[in-house]
Design a protein around this ligand. Structure first.
Ligand code: GAL
Length: 984
């Protein structure tokens, strides 16, 4: 056997023992910058470059930290589960992209002599390191820190040369099969650390909080005799002592109180930020400082569209601030320890962290788990080493409340060994590992992508039993965390509210972590220079998983998606709701804090126009409690009115400015009490309140005034007041001065990722098999009535006897308006649910601006759009489109009462609904959207496509997980849409 240095089961033998990532006053020399770089397709090139005398003048330069694939060497590749190489551990292919690095540095003035360490914070996937020609050893564990002792190799004067060979594939790749881009290189920083004689090697902080007495316990241990000082608490004690501090302020994600501390010897001072908090499982409930915690979490990969996993401090800060702004209180570091700075930010800004070990072996599932490293004793030392390096590096962060052994690695003895090690080393934090459903080795029951009904069963303690009664009893006593749910791929996820309701109902359910935080689309350009975000397959990969890499709540450029806005709404820590007796209930869902940091403001809108506003006196509300407040005295309104009550930050917080909205509720107030919250509902399902004003000041569609004189047959056309109907097609060709083409029944929608559902219950194949993407329209007749016309069309696919009988009834109304009643009746067998049911019109492309009164400003489908509110909104047609990385149905506005599409030379078209309708306006058709692979494939076709729907199928989360919940399914059933059209 010809095993290479990177093909070993064993952990790196010459690295220093792991320790905490410390902020020390000992000199540190960051070595980041532009290093000399040479790329090769194989890993067995000559090693002469490691000699200082080697001439690298011909080499390129590559930034450190960075991934070489994002700088023109090799190419990114994406697979979810599959390994992109044959399974034959620990061997890897001869084709093994390799980067040789060289970097010369000098010690700065005043650098002390004596011991020094060279620290790599992350090199993917394995590195062999030399200093001044001396081999230091290898680094493995891509997202784990490796330190080498360089005391003897370092030159105090003159040039020092670091030489590093990094290989893309190593034995470590078998245990790093996370669902993400395969990207290589030194992607986190490299530092030289002076280690003064008598300095501090490691520090361990234990800072607990007794919620009954308000006291803190503090034990700061160091590997050498040292003094611990916490000036604010008057602490000045020997390291190793356990101190009881009668009164401390606890740390929580809501109030991330930190105390500055130092640990000093004569030779070195380490600075710490201490948070007092106690994590415990009490009676089957996970508590922080004695209170049950509810995780409103997300799974976060490190990602930037240009830098990959080589994220900067600014990127991390953006993530933390965006999470806080969207009511997220917890992060699972899927599926590896993040850059250490990220955890410092979580401590400081307040986020609970599930810190996950760098471990995933999911691709062994494809071979029936044969040879799974999680269960093969040859891997035990390497896996325990990974856990050890995770825990030792991150042990001092108050934000880290749970350790996770890793992700999707099946089950096996090595996981048990990791758990044993972690439990013994750090009994203060519970352990989690999702994939072993027996929970044999862990303290928390966790699962991913469970349907709502199954989560509810777990909440009630009624889950299906395990075969082993002892394990079953143990698991039944555990808290439950939905470690991944609500797959945020493309349009969606739908159904967030249903999960949250359960988490807030059953004490055993302690919330979960939405999959995932950010789309991993890599910035790319078309040949003509237009920017888009690339996904799997865009780099010519033989094996890939397409756009499954783009399943985040943020677009790759960190623009929040509609899904993140929905999540913010669902995660509201304060709920404002009608009290049922004409007032409001304010419920404080915080666990540790009151609501004194929030101001409550209200605004009254009449027909979408603000007519009155004010502040609401709420006073403080203790955590977990509710108060009732009176509604403000409201002025009389003439039209459909809504009261919106918002809870906003009273003062600036580190993560948002004063005025930032934390929670809000909208109530219709034109109806008589009791009030009902304006909950999202399928469009068209509920009639408008009787107080809706006549559209445009004229008579509404339901009570028309006919003007029969205006109906006239004229050479194949029917003149219908302001409209002209083509008798050959049955479609309107003019409305006022505008050339139009419609209505045409619209059933197809460009399948969403959730309709396509690569890992779930896919509707798209059923829809295509039924021919819903190729419906034909046959005109059965146009009859002229006294005050309008009736057009009958049968819409059906080839090779099927099922179809939809569609009747369009036109009536001329007063005020140059046209009433249109669309009746859709299933005829024969049709698959259910249908994608959507509506009608579409082509309008001139110059009409490129839309105003509407309905829910907005964002898109909404039956089970999404929770963040939207009824109002009067305006957008350009371009801005109505949501640029999902893989083009799909998007941009629908829900519960629209009326809309105008205007522009160009002035004027346009107005549509009013007898009941609220769905509105979609695009510069291309649904069919074009369906054909596109990237947003850059879409070009405006010169027309504005206006779609008015009576309903859409829900969105669900079947791209990975459960499909659409029953109330949101669009069954084929007789459907009715009543509209008024008017040229402006
Ligand atoms: C999970 C896995 C994640 C991701 C997700 C789908 O099974 O843990 O890493 O692959 O599915 O996007």
């Amino acid at each position: 056997m010809n095993e290479a240095w990177y093909e070993s089961f064993a952990p790196p033998p010459t690295a220093r023992p792991p320790r905490a990532w410390l902020d020390s006053d000992a000199p540190r020399l960051p070595l980041d910058g532009h290093w000399r770089f040479r790329y090769a397709e194989r890993a067995d090139g000559p090693l002469d470059f490691t000699r200082p005398a080697f001439d690298d003048a011909g080499w390129d330069r590559l930034p450190v930290p960075a991934h070489w694939q994002l700088h023109g060497y090799g190419a990114p590749a994406y697979t979810n589960i599959a390994y992109p190489f044959p399974l034959d551990a620990p061997r890897v292919p001869d084709e093994n992209p390799t980067g040789d690095y060289r970097h010369t540095f000098r010690l700065p003035e005043g650098w002390p002599g004596g011991p020094a360490l060279l620290r790599f914070a992350g090199a993917d996937s394995a590195a062999l390191v030399w200093l001044n020609g001396v081999e230091l050893g290898r680094a493995g564990g891509s997202r784990l820190t490796t330190e080498f002792d360089v005391t003897d190799a370092l030159r105090p004067d003159g040039d020092n040369l670091i030489a590093v060979r990094v290989v893309q594939w190593s034995a470590g790749s078998y245990v790093e099969d996370q669902d993400m881009w395969w990207l290589s290189g030194i992607f986190r920083g490299v530092d030289l650390l002076a280690r003064p004689e008598g300095g501090i090697g490691d520090v361990e902080v234990s800072a607990g909080y007794d919620h009954l007495t308000g006291a803190g316990t503090l034990a700061v241990a160091a590997d050498v005799p040292a003094r611990v000082r916490v000036p604010e608490l008057g602490v000045d004690a020997a390291a190793g002592e356990t101190l009881r501090l009668p009164a401390v302020e606890p740390w929580s994600a809501e109030s991330p109180r930190l105390y500055d501390a130092t640990v000093s010897t004569g030779a070195e001072t380490v600075t710490l930020r201490i948070g007092f908090r106690t994590v415990r499982i009490d009676g089957g409930v996970l508590t922080v400082n004695g209170r049950p915690v509810l995780f409103r979490g997300v799974n976060r990969h490190e990602f930037h569209p240009d830098r990959g996993r080589a994220v900067t401090e600014e990127d991390m800060l953006d993530d933390v601030r965006l999470m806080k702004q969207h009511n997220i209180n917890a992060v699972r570091t899927s599926h590896y320890p993040p850059h250490p700075r990220f955890l410092e930010l979580c401590d400081e800004y307040g986020l609970y962290v599930v810190d996950e070990c760098d471990l995933e072996t999911h691709g062994f599932w494809q071979v029936g788990w044969r040879g799974n490293p999680a269960d093969d004793p040859r891997w035990e030392a390497a896996l325990v080493d990974r856990m050890r390096r995770t825990v030792e590096r991150d042990k001092n962060h108050p934000s880290v409340v749970l350790w996770s052994l890793g992700n999707e690695s099946g089950s096996g003895r090595n996981l048990a060994a990791m758990a044993r090690w972690a439990r013994h080393r750090d009994p203060s934090r519970p352990l989690l590992y999702e994939r072993d459903w027996t929970c044999r080795d862990v303290d928390v029951y966790s699962r991913m992508y469970l349907p709502v009904a199954e989560v509810e069963a777990i909440g009630r303690g009624e889950e299906a039993p395990l075969p082993d009664p002892a394990l079953d009893a143990r698991r039944r006593g555990m808290p439950f965390i939905h470690v991944e749910y609500a797959h945020a791929m493309g349009n969606g996820p739908g159904g967030l509210a249903e999960y949250q309701r359960l988490y807030e109902t059953y004490p055993r359910l302690q919330g979960g972590f939405v999959w995932e935080w950010i789309d991993h689309g890599l910035r790319a350009r078309t040949p003509d220079g237009r920017e888009y975000f690339a996904y799997g397959g865009d780099f010519g990969e033989v094996l890939h998983d397409g756009n499954f890499v783009a399943d985040g709540l943020l677009f790759p450029d960190r623009t929040p998606s509609p899904g993140l806005l929905d999540l913010k709404k669902v995660f509201e820590p304060v709920r404002i709701a009608p009290s049922g007796d004409g007032g409001l209930t304010i419920h404080n869902g915080h666990i540790h804090s009151g609501v004194s940091k929030l101001d409550f403001r209200w605004v009254l809108e009449d027909g979408g126009e603000a007519v009155a506003r004010g502040a609401l006196e709420v006073g403080d509300v203790p955590p977990g409690e509710s108060v009732r407040v009176d509604l403000p005295a409201l002025p009389a309104t003439a039209g459909e009115a809504h009261l919106t009550v918002r809870a906003v930050l009273a003062a600036d917080e580190p993560w948002a400015k004063a005025g930032h909205e934390v929670a809000a509720t909208q109530l219709p107030v034109s109806t008589t009490p009791p009030l009902a919250a304006a909950a999202p509902r399928p469009a068209g399902a509920v009639p408008l309140p009787a107080t809706v004003p006549p559209a445009g000041g004229a008579t509404r569609a339901g009570v028309p005034t006919a003007t029969s004189a205006a109906v006239r047959r004229d050479g194949g056309r029917v003149r219908l007041g302001p409209g002209l109907l083509d008798e050959r097609t049955g479609r309107l060709v003019r409305l006022g001065d505008w050339a139009v083409d419609g209505p045409r029944l619209q059933v197809w929608r460009a399948p969403t990722d959730n309709d396509r559902a690569p890992h779930g219950e896919a509707l798209e194949p059923l829809w295509r098999a039924a021919g819903l993407d190729r419906l034909t329209h046959r005109l059965d007749g146009v009859s002229v009535t006294g005050d309008g016309a009736v057009v009958r069309v049968r819409v059906a696919p080839a090779s099927s006897d099922g179809g939809l009988l569609t009747t369009y009834t036109w009536r001329i109304l007063a005020g140059d308006r046209l009433g249109l009643v669309v009746e859709i009746d299933p005829d024969g067998r049709l698959p259910g649910p249908l994608p959507m049911l509506g009608v579409r019109f082509a309008l001139p492309g110059e009409l490129d601006q839309v105003e509407w009164f309905g829910r907005g400003p964002g898109e909404a489908y039956p089970d999404t759009g929770l963040a939207t509110r009824v109002g009067r909104w305006f957008r350009t047609v371009a801005d109505l489109q949501t640029p999902y990385l893989f083009p799909q149905e998007n941009g629908r506005r829900a519960d629209v009462r009326w809309a105008t599409v205007t522009g160009g030379r002035g004027g346009g078209v107005r549509v009013d609904g007898r009941t609220p309708f769905g509105l979609t306006v695009r510069p291309w058709t649904a069919e074009a959207l369906d054909r596109a692979a990237h947003p850059t494939d879409l070009a405006p076709d010169g027309r504005t496509w206006l779609t008015l729907d009576a309903g859409h199928n829900g969105i669900g989360s079947a791209s990975c997980g459960p499909g659409v919940l029953p109330p949101y399914l669009l069954a084929p059933a007789p459907t009715h849409l009543e509209l008024t059209l008017q040229a402006l």
